[in-house]
Design a protein around this ligand. Sequence first.
Ligand SMILES: O=C([O-])C(=O)C[C@H](O)[C@@H](O)C(=O)[O-]
Length: 298
Amino acid sequence: MLEGLLAFPLTPFDADLTLDLSAYAEGVDRHVEDGASAVFLACGTGEFSALSGQEVLALLAAGRDAAAGRVPVWVGAGGSAADARAGIRAAESGGADGVLLLPPYLTAGPPEGTLDYVRYAVAGSSVPVVVYHRGTGLFTPSTAAELVDLPSVVGLKDGLGNVDLMTRIVSAVRARSAAFLFFNGLPTAEVSARAYAAIDVARYSSAVHCFAPEIAMAFYTALHDGDTATTDRLLADFYLPLVALRDETPGFAVSLVKAAARQRGHRVGGVRPPLVEPRQDQLERLDQIVTAGLKAVS
Ligand SMILES: O=C([O-])C(=O)C[C@H](O)[C@@H](O)C(=O)[O-]
């Protein structure tokens, strides 16, 4: 389940920041045509935190139509415990193949509370769920191992980036389940992909696939083939400069992706607040970084 490169479509907005569903359908179709093995709608890159429950459902309907059965369609849920439960149920009724459960809104409890949040959210539904480990939703090795007892929870996606903790989480879960799935969902996941593959977290998602699928697919293939000359070149020429720019401003893990998609001619519009747009000098550097990345794969 969920082999290959996972794509997280951007959510396009009009000039007044309302959803642009026809542009969304184009984006989902582009991901599938460009080699994504599954699409995860309305998650981090898709600005889940800025969307209403109704908007997420509209994106699910448009995304399913656009994917047309060619790849699995997963969708985000999360926020308050009540919204997370309602979101998972609505995703199930709306025909999603699975749900990425994002962290609880605003308040962090202890790890046992995070586990309870997942139990509460998945109660009464059977659609497969992957739990996103980041921010206000953190696990210990022992609480992560208890996820195995929840039949609909099939995996954990790490967005924290603590290799020591993830190594211990993978070991604790593997002692109880060989089938449980692990995903690297760190911002610009390619940068940590080699290290994470070494600790049995080989699946990853690529936000870069939203604007430079040529680069994302070349990196994925090189990583899969053990072609370190290519992964090293793409890291040096493209991913590491991109991450340096990304780290200049909070929220750029999404804003830069949207800006780069616009630069490549895609109809995605701007970001909703609290995200901000890159300045002109940052846009110019972004353009240079993408040009260098495309040259490296040409
Ligand atoms: O929820 C999300 O949007 C993600 O975690 C996906 C991104 O693709 C992330 O892995 C990245 O930036 O490469």
